[in-house]
Design a protein around this ligand. Structure first.
Ligand code: ZN
Ligand code: ZN
Length: 350
C-alpha cells in the first residue's frame, strides 16, 4: 500500500478543462509548445479543423504546451500549472491539463471551501486530495480522470487560488484518508448534511470513505445556518412533466430512506425513481437549487406538492458547513476529519 500510495500521489492527474466553454479556437502561451513533437512559437492560436488541430500552417494531432500555460477561450483566461494537451474531439478542441496533485489542489480548495478557518481548509485539502487520487475511473471511458466542474471538483487553474488555500494544501502535503490506516477509497464532501451524513454506498451505490454519522451537537445540527432549511413548491402537473409521467395518483411518496434520513427511492404518480434519478430530473427542469438534498418531507394539496428539506448536497462524507463550525471552535483538521470519517486515519503522518 505504501508504495502504491506513493505512486498515486506522484502520478500527475488528467483533468479535462474548459469543456463548458465549447472551445473551437484557443490561444496558448507557454515556454514550450509543440505540434506532434515539433516546436511551435511561445504564443499560438490553435483551431479545430475537420481532421486535426490547426496552428497556422501546421496540422497537429496533438498540441502540447507547458510547463504552466496561459489558455484563453473566448472571454475566459486561465493559467494552468503543468501541461495542457489540445486535441480534436467531435469538431471541438479537447483540453486536458496534466497536472501534479499538489499543484491542482489550491484552486480546488479555494473554489470549494474558501472563507473558513485554516483547519476547515486543511480538512478540505485532505478530502479533495483523497478524492483526486482515487478518481481514475470517474471519466475513464473518455480517457481522463477528472472534469473541472462540481461533478468532480471545481478547478480553475492557478491564479484563482487564495493564499489561505495554498497554505492549507502545503501544510497537509501528501496526506490522504486511509480507512483503518490502510485502504484508500474515494472521499466525498458536500455543503451541509442537515444533521446526519449518509454513506457513499447509500448515496452513489459506490464504496467510499465515511459512514453515516450524526452531525448534531447540543440538539442542533453543526451545519446550522441560513442554508440549512429549504422549501420547494411545485404544481403537480409541472412535476409530472419534469418526470415524463402522467399526473395521476400521488405526486410523491418516499418508499425507502437511508440511516441519514435521505430518500433512496420514491414513487411519483405511480412510477418508481431512485432518489438520485428524482433529484437530477427535478434539478434539470427547475434548477439545481430547487430540491437541494434528498432529506425532505412532503405535503400535497389538490394541485401542488410542497417539499420541506434540510441540508444541501448529496450528504456523503465531509459536511463543509459542519467542518467550518468545528474549525471556528478550535478543532483542528484531524479532529474534523475524525468526525466525518471515523474509521479513517490520515496518512502519511505529518
Ligand atoms: Zn467529473
Ligand atoms: Zn452537517
Amino acid at each position: 500500500m505504501t508504495a502504491l500510495l506513493a505512486m498515486l500521489l506522484a502520478a500527475p492527474l488528467e483533468v479535462r478543462v474548459l469543456e463548458r466553454e465549447v472551445p473551437v479556437r484557443v490561444h496558448l502561451e507557454a515556454a514550450r509548445i509543440t505540434c506532434d513533437g515539433k516546436p511551435l512559437g511561445k504564443s499560438v492560436d490553435a483551431e479545430a479543423s475537420v481532421r486535426d488541430v490547426k496552428v497556422g500552417e501546421a496540422r497537429c494531432t496533438e498540441v502540447i504546451a507547458g510547463d504552466e500555460v496561459l489558455v484563453t477561450v473566448k472571454d475566459t483566461r486561465r493559467t494552468y500549472p503543468g501541461r495542457v494537451h489540445v486535441s480534436l474531439e467531435g469538431g471541438l478542441l479537447r483540453l486536458l491539463n496534466v497536472v501534479d496533485v499538489e499543484a491542482y489542489l489550491p484552486s480546488v480548495v479555494s473554489a470549494e471551501a474558501d472563507g473558513g478557518k485554516s483547519a476547515a481548509l486543511e480538512a478540505q485539502a485532505i478530502v479533495s486530495r483523497t478524492f483526486a487520487v482515487t478518481a481514475q475511473r470517474r471519466h475513464g471511458k473518455h480517457g481522463y480522470e477528472l472534469c473541472d466542474l462540481a461533478h468532480c471538483q471545481v478547478y480553475r487553474g492557478k491564479g484563482e487560488a487564495s493564499p489561505e488555500a495554498e497554505a492549507a494544501v502545503k501544510k497537509t502535503a501528501n496526506q490522504v484518508l486511509l480507512i483503518g490506516g490502510i485502504v484508500l477509497k474515494p472521499a466525498f464532501f458536500h455543503s451541509s448534511c442537515g444533521g446526519h451524513t449518509s454513506s457513499a454506498m447509500d448515496v452513489f451505490g459506490e464504496d467510499g470513505a465515511g459512514t453515516a454519522v450524526s452531525d448534531v451537537e447540543n440538539g442542533a445540527p453543526r451545519c446550522a445556518g441560513p442554508e440549512l432549511k429549504w422549501q420547494f413548491e411545485v404544481e403537480k402537473k409541472d412535476l409530472a412533466t419534469a418526470l415524463s409521467v402522467a399526473p395521476t395518483g400521488n405526486a410523491l411518496e418516499s418508499l425507502r430512506r437511508d440511516s441519514g434520513g435521505r430518500v433512496l427511492e420514491v414513487r411519483s404518480f405511480g412510477k418508481r425513481f431512485t432518489g438520485q434519478q428524482f433529484i437530477s430530473l427535478v434539478g434539470r427542469k427547475f434548477g439545481w437549487r430547487s430540491v437541494r438534498s434528498l432529506k425532505f418531507s412532503t405535503s400535497e394539496t389538490d394541485t401542488t406538492l410542497r417539499l420541506e428539506g434540510s441540508g444541501t448536497g448529496h450528504g456523503a462524507g465531509l459536511c463543509q458547513q459542519g467542518a467550518k463550525s468545528l474549525a471556528e471552535r478550535g478543532v483542528d483538521a484531524r479532529g474534523i476529519l475524525l468526525r466525518y470519517f471515523p474509521e479513517s486515519q490520515l496518512k502519511p503522518r505529518p
